[in-house]
Design a protein around this ligand. Structure first.
Ligand SMILES: C[S@@+](CC[C@H](N)C(=O)[O-])C[C@H]1O[C@@H](n2cnc3c(N)ncnc32)[C@H](O)[C@@H]1O
Length: 227
Protein backbone atom coordinates (compact mmCIF):
# COMPACT_ATOMS: atom_id res chain seq x y z
CA UNK A 1 0.00 0.00 0.00
CA UNK A 2 1.30 3.46 -0.83
CA UNK A 3 1.83 5.98 1.88
CA UNK A 4 1.70 9.72 1.24
CA UNK A 5 5.41 9.98 2.06
CA UNK A 6 6.38 8.25 -1.21
CA UNK A 7 4.04 10.29 -3.40
CA UNK A 8 5.15 13.34 -5.37
CA UNK A 9 4.00 16.44 -3.48
CA UNK A 10 1.67 17.53 -6.34
CA UNK A 11 -0.42 14.43 -5.63
CA UNK A 12 -1.61 15.77 -2.32
CA UNK A 13 -1.68 19.51 -2.98
CA UNK A 14 -4.28 19.88 -5.75
CA UNK A 15 -7.94 20.30 -4.70
CA UNK A 16 -10.12 17.26 -4.23
CA UNK A 17 -13.56 17.22 -5.89
CA UNK A 18 -16.10 14.44 -5.87
CA UNK A 19 -18.19 12.41 -8.27
CA UNK A 20 -21.41 10.72 -7.11
CA UNK A 21 -23.09 7.65 -8.52
CA UNK A 22 -25.87 5.37 -7.27
CA UNK A 23 -25.13 1.67 -6.98
CA UNK A 24 -27.76 -0.75 -5.65
CA UNK A 25 -29.82 2.28 -4.55
CA UNK A 26 -27.03 3.82 -2.46
CA UNK A 27 -24.87 6.78 -3.37
CA UNK A 28 -21.12 6.31 -3.73
CA UNK A 29 -18.81 9.31 -3.49
CA UNK A 30 -15.60 9.04 -5.50
CA UNK A 31 -12.94 11.65 -4.76
CA UNK A 32 -11.08 13.04 -7.76
CA UNK A 33 -8.19 15.48 -8.31
CA UNK A 34 -8.99 16.79 -11.79
CA UNK A 35 -6.33 19.51 -11.66
CA UNK A 36 -3.64 16.96 -10.95
CA UNK A 37 -2.23 16.32 -14.40
CA UNK A 38 0.37 13.75 -13.35
CA UNK A 39 -2.04 10.95 -14.35
CA UNK A 40 -5.22 10.47 -16.37
CA UNK A 41 -6.46 8.43 -13.41
CA UNK A 42 -7.29 11.38 -11.16
CA UNK A 43 -10.83 11.65 -12.54
CA UNK A 44 -13.61 9.12 -13.15
CA UNK A 45 -14.01 8.33 -16.86
CA UNK A 46 -17.28 7.41 -18.60
CA UNK A 47 -15.83 4.02 -19.52
CA UNK A 48 -15.35 3.16 -15.84
CA UNK A 49 -18.92 4.24 -15.11
CA UNK A 50 -20.20 2.08 -17.99
CA UNK A 51 -18.29 -0.97 -16.74
CA UNK A 52 -19.48 -0.43 -13.14
CA UNK A 53 -23.08 -0.16 -14.26
CA UNK A 54 -22.68 -3.25 -16.47
CA UNK A 55 -21.63 -5.22 -13.39
CA UNK A 56 -24.56 -3.85 -11.37
CA UNK A 57 -27.10 -4.58 -14.13
CA UNK A 58 -25.85 -8.15 -14.72
CA UNK A 59 -25.00 -8.97 -11.10
CA UNK A 60 -27.28 -12.01 -10.80
CA UNK A 61 -25.87 -13.67 -13.92
CA UNK A 62 -22.24 -12.76 -13.20
CA UNK A 63 -22.49 -13.68 -9.49
CA UNK A 64 -19.27 -12.02 -8.31
CA UNK A 65 -19.62 -13.26 -4.73
CA UNK A 66 -16.30 -14.76 -3.60
CA UNK A 67 -14.67 -14.39 -7.03
CA UNK A 68 -11.06 -13.16 -7.32
CA UNK A 69 -11.00 -10.00 -9.44
CA UNK A 70 -8.21 -7.59 -10.37
CA UNK A 71 -8.67 -4.13 -11.85
CA UNK A 72 -5.78 -2.65 -13.84
CA UNK A 73 -5.37 1.08 -14.50
CA UNK A 74 -8.09 1.69 -11.91
CA UNK A 75 -7.76 5.49 -11.68
CA UNK A 76 -9.95 6.59 -8.76
CA UNK A 77 -11.03 2.98 -8.14
CA UNK A 78 -14.76 3.21 -8.94
CA UNK A 79 -15.20 -0.15 -10.67
CA UNK A 80 -13.11 -2.03 -8.12
CA UNK A 81 -15.26 -0.55 -5.35
CA UNK A 82 -18.50 -1.48 -7.15
CA UNK A 83 -17.36 -5.06 -7.76
CA UNK A 84 -16.38 -5.38 -4.08
CA UNK A 85 -19.90 -4.22 -3.12
CA UNK A 86 -21.18 -6.98 -5.41
CA UNK A 87 -19.13 -9.47 -3.38
CA UNK A 88 -15.88 -9.99 -5.32
CA UNK A 89 -12.49 -10.10 -3.58
CA UNK A 90 -10.80 -7.27 -5.41
CA UNK A 91 -7.22 -6.18 -6.04
CA UNK A 92 -7.34 -2.58 -7.28
CA UNK A 93 -4.17 -1.55 -9.11
CA UNK A 94 -2.61 1.39 -10.87
CA UNK A 95 0.62 3.36 -10.91
CA UNK A 96 1.81 4.71 -7.58
CA UNK A 97 0.69 8.28 -8.45
CA UNK A 98 -3.00 7.51 -7.90
CA UNK A 99 -2.93 4.89 -5.15
CA UNK A 100 -3.62 7.54 -2.47
CA UNK A 101 -6.89 8.45 -4.24
CA UNK A 102 -7.94 4.80 -4.59
CA UNK A 103 -7.19 4.16 -0.91
CA UNK A 104 -9.18 7.23 0.11
CA UNK A 105 -12.14 6.11 -2.00
CA UNK A 106 -12.02 2.53 -0.72
CA UNK A 107 -11.96 3.74 2.89
CA UNK A 108 -14.70 6.32 2.32
CA UNK A 109 -17.13 4.01 0.52
CA UNK A 110 -16.46 0.58 1.99
CA UNK A 111 -15.49 1.12 5.64
CA UNK A 112 -18.21 -0.29 7.85
CA UNK A 113 -20.23 -1.62 4.91
CA UNK A 114 -21.42 -5.21 5.32
CA UNK A 115 -21.26 -8.09 2.82
CA UNK A 116 -18.41 -6.54 0.88
CA UNK A 117 -15.57 -8.58 -0.65
CA UNK A 118 -11.99 -8.16 0.57
CA UNK A 119 -10.14 -5.27 -1.08
CA UNK A 120 -6.45 -4.55 -1.48
CA UNK A 121 -4.87 -1.60 -3.28
CA UNK A 122 -1.51 -2.21 -4.95
CA UNK A 123 0.88 -0.77 -7.49
CA UNK A 124 0.84 -2.59 -10.83
CA UNK A 125 2.89 -0.66 -13.37
CA UNK A 126 2.72 -2.54 -16.67
CA UNK A 127 6.07 -3.75 -17.86
CA UNK A 128 7.67 -2.88 -14.52
CA UNK A 129 5.87 -4.67 -11.68
CA UNK A 130 6.32 -8.43 -11.44
CA UNK A 131 2.81 -9.78 -12.09
CA UNK A 132 3.62 -13.07 -10.32
CA UNK A 133 3.30 -11.30 -6.95
CA UNK A 134 -0.48 -11.04 -7.60
CA UNK A 135 -0.75 -14.84 -7.71
CA UNK A 136 -2.73 -15.20 -10.96
CA UNK A 137 -4.92 -16.49 -12.50
CA UNK A 138 -7.98 -14.47 -11.51
CA UNK A 139 -11.65 -15.19 -12.17
CA UNK A 140 -12.03 -11.66 -13.55
CA UNK A 141 -9.50 -9.17 -14.96
CA UNK A 142 -11.02 -5.77 -15.70
CA UNK A 143 -10.01 -2.36 -17.01
CA UNK A 144 -11.49 0.75 -18.56
CA UNK A 145 -10.13 3.76 -20.42
CA UNK A 146 -10.78 6.42 -22.95
CA UNK A 147 -8.13 7.12 -25.51
CA UNK A 148 -7.75 10.56 -26.96
CA UNK A 149 -4.66 11.66 -28.74
CA UNK A 150 -2.35 13.65 -26.42
CA UNK A 151 -4.56 13.08 -23.41
CA UNK A 152 -4.37 9.45 -22.44
CA UNK A 153 -1.23 7.51 -21.73
CA UNK A 154 -3.04 4.20 -21.50
CA UNK A 155 -3.14 3.23 -25.13
CA UNK A 156 -0.20 5.08 -26.49
CA UNK A 157 1.77 2.80 -28.73
CA UNK A 158 4.52 2.09 -26.24
CA UNK A 159 2.01 0.93 -23.62
CA UNK A 160 0.32 -1.62 -25.84
CA UNK A 161 2.77 -4.52 -25.56
CA UNK A 162 3.32 -4.23 -21.76
CA UNK A 163 -0.47 -3.99 -21.28
CA UNK A 164 -1.12 -7.12 -23.36
CA UNK A 165 1.66 -8.95 -21.53
CA UNK A 166 0.07 -8.05 -18.17
CA UNK A 167 -3.36 -9.23 -19.35
CA UNK A 168 -1.89 -12.50 -20.64
CA UNK A 169 -0.07 -13.08 -17.33
CA UNK A 170 -3.13 -12.40 -15.15
CA UNK A 171 -5.50 -14.67 -17.10
CA UNK A 172 -5.85 -18.37 -17.79
CA UNK A 173 -8.36 -19.96 -20.17
CA UNK A 174 -11.16 -19.71 -17.55
CA UNK A 175 -10.61 -16.03 -16.75
CA UNK A 176 -13.18 -13.51 -17.92
CA UNK A 177 -11.34 -10.37 -18.98
CA UNK A 178 -13.54 -7.31 -19.56
CA UNK A 179 -12.24 -4.06 -21.03
CA UNK A 180 -14.53 -1.04 -21.35
CA UNK A 181 -13.00 1.17 -24.01
CA UNK A 182 -13.65 4.33 -25.90
CA UNK A 183 -10.87 4.44 -28.45
CA UNK A 184 -10.78 7.52 -30.58
CA UNK A 185 -7.38 6.89 -32.12
CA UNK A 186 -7.95 4.41 -34.96
CA UNK A 187 -4.26 3.49 -35.31
CA UNK A 188 -3.91 2.65 -31.63
CA UNK A 189 -7.23 0.79 -31.67
CA UNK A 190 -6.23 -1.34 -34.66
CA UNK A 191 -2.75 -2.07 -33.28
CA UNK A 192 -4.11 -3.09 -29.88
CA UNK A 193 -6.64 -5.51 -31.36
CA UNK A 194 -4.20 -6.94 -33.91
CA UNK A 195 -1.72 -7.75 -31.15
CA UNK A 196 -4.15 -8.85 -28.43
CA UNK A 197 -5.61 -11.53 -30.70
CA UNK A 198 -2.24 -13.36 -30.56
CA UNK A 199 -3.21 -14.31 -26.99
CA UNK A 200 -6.99 -13.83 -26.72
CA UNK A 201 -10.26 -14.46 -28.54
CA UNK A 202 -12.09 -11.12 -28.49
CA UNK A 203 -15.87 -10.60 -28.49
CA UNK A 204 -18.10 -7.66 -27.59
CA UNK A 205 -20.70 -7.57 -24.85
CA UNK A 206 -24.11 -6.88 -26.46
CA UNK A 207 -25.09 -3.25 -26.02
CA UNK A 208 -28.43 -4.33 -24.49
CA UNK A 209 -26.51 -5.66 -21.48
CA UNK A 210 -25.12 -2.22 -20.70
CA UNK A 211 -27.05 0.34 -18.66
CA UNK A 212 -28.38 2.75 -21.32
CA UNK A 213 -28.32 5.67 -18.88
CA UNK A 214 -24.61 5.14 -18.22
CA UNK A 215 -23.01 4.39 -21.56
CA UNK A 216 -22.71 5.93 -25.00
CA UNK A 217 -22.51 4.78 -28.59
CA UNK A 218 -18.73 5.28 -28.39
CA UNK A 219 -18.15 2.90 -25.47
CA UNK A 220 -17.71 -0.82 -26.12
CA UNK A 221 -17.16 -3.50 -23.49
CA UNK A 222 -14.90 -6.20 -24.91
CA UNK A 223 -14.60 -9.71 -23.49
CA UNK A 224 -11.22 -11.38 -23.91
CA UNK A 225 -10.81 -15.15 -23.44
CA UNK A 226 -7.30 -16.52 -23.36
CA UNK A 227 -6.44 -18.97 -26.17
C1 LIG B 1 -8.05 7.08 -18.62
S1 LIG B 1 -7.53 6.51 -17.02
C2 LIG B 1 -8.87 5.41 -16.63
C3 LIG B 1 -9.11 5.26 -15.16
C4 LIG B 1 -10.28 4.38 -14.77
N1 LIG B 1 -10.10 3.03 -15.26
C5 LIG B 1 -11.58 4.94 -15.26
O1 LIG B 1 -12.15 4.43 -16.24
O2 LIG B 1 -12.08 5.94 -14.68
C6 LIG B 1 -6.18 5.36 -17.43
C7 LIG B 1 -5.53 4.75 -16.20
O3 LIG B 1 -4.51 3.83 -16.65
C8 LIG B 1 -3.39 3.98 -15.81
N2 LIG B 1 -2.17 3.59 -16.54
C9 LIG B 1 -1.67 4.11 -17.68
N3 LIG B 1 -0.52 3.52 -18.00
C10 LIG B 1 -0.26 2.60 -17.04
C11 LIG B 1 0.80 1.68 -16.80
N4 LIG B 1 1.85 1.61 -17.61
N5 LIG B 1 0.73 0.87 -15.71
C12 LIG B 1 -0.34 0.94 -14.88
N6 LIG B 1 -1.38 1.81 -15.04
C13 LIG B 1 -1.33 2.64 -16.10
C14 LIG B 1 -3.36 5.47 -15.48
O4 LIG B 1 -2.61 5.73 -14.29
C15 LIG B 1 -4.84 5.76 -15.31
O5 LIG B 1 -5.27 5.59 -13.98
Amino acid sequence: MASSSILPSTEVETPITSFSIDVLGESLTIHEQPQNVSSTGTKVWDTGVALSKYFEKNRHKLNLKGKQLIEIGAGCGLTGIVTAILGAHVTITDRVEVLHLIKKNVDFNLSGRENVGKVQVKELNWGVTDVKEFKPPFHYVIGSAQSQIFLDVLYQMESIDPLIQVLASLCDTRTVCLLSLEMRDQQIHDTFFQRVTDHFVVSTIPRAKQDPAHTSEFITIYQLKKK
